[in-house]
Design a protein around this ligand. Structure first.
Ligand code: FES
Length: 92
């Protein structure tokens, strides 16, 4: 049983965002981080010093591990940024 079935949700149809050139499905109201996680993408950037993988950590906007570039706007937190149809998301 997937999470949607578990809670009996019937969301609007999904749309696509693009992450590093790859289409990723997203549901209306879903954060970019949730869409990436749902697509199996667990890390979407690396640290500057040791190139360690980073993605969703706190999930509430505190740690800044999830930063991405969205439509050219840098350092947005993926966990707090709602996915919009056609968003172009790149690693920060
Ligand atoms: S996961 Fe911590 S700020 Fe987004």
């Amino acid at each position: 049983m997937n999470p949607l079935e578990l809670v009996g949700a019937s969301p609007e149809p999904p749309f696509e965002i693009v992450f590093a050139g790859t289409p990723v499905p997203a549901y209306p109201g879903q954060s970019i981080a949730a869409a990436l996680q749902g697509a199996g993408i667990r890390a979407w950037r690396t640290t500057r010093v040791r190139a360690r993988p980073r993605g969703l950590f706190c999930g509430i906007g505190v740690c800044f591990d999830c930063v991405v570039v969205v439509n050219g706007s840098a350092t947005l937190r993926a966990c707090l940024t709602e996915a919009r149809p056609g968003d172009e998301v790149e690693p920060a």
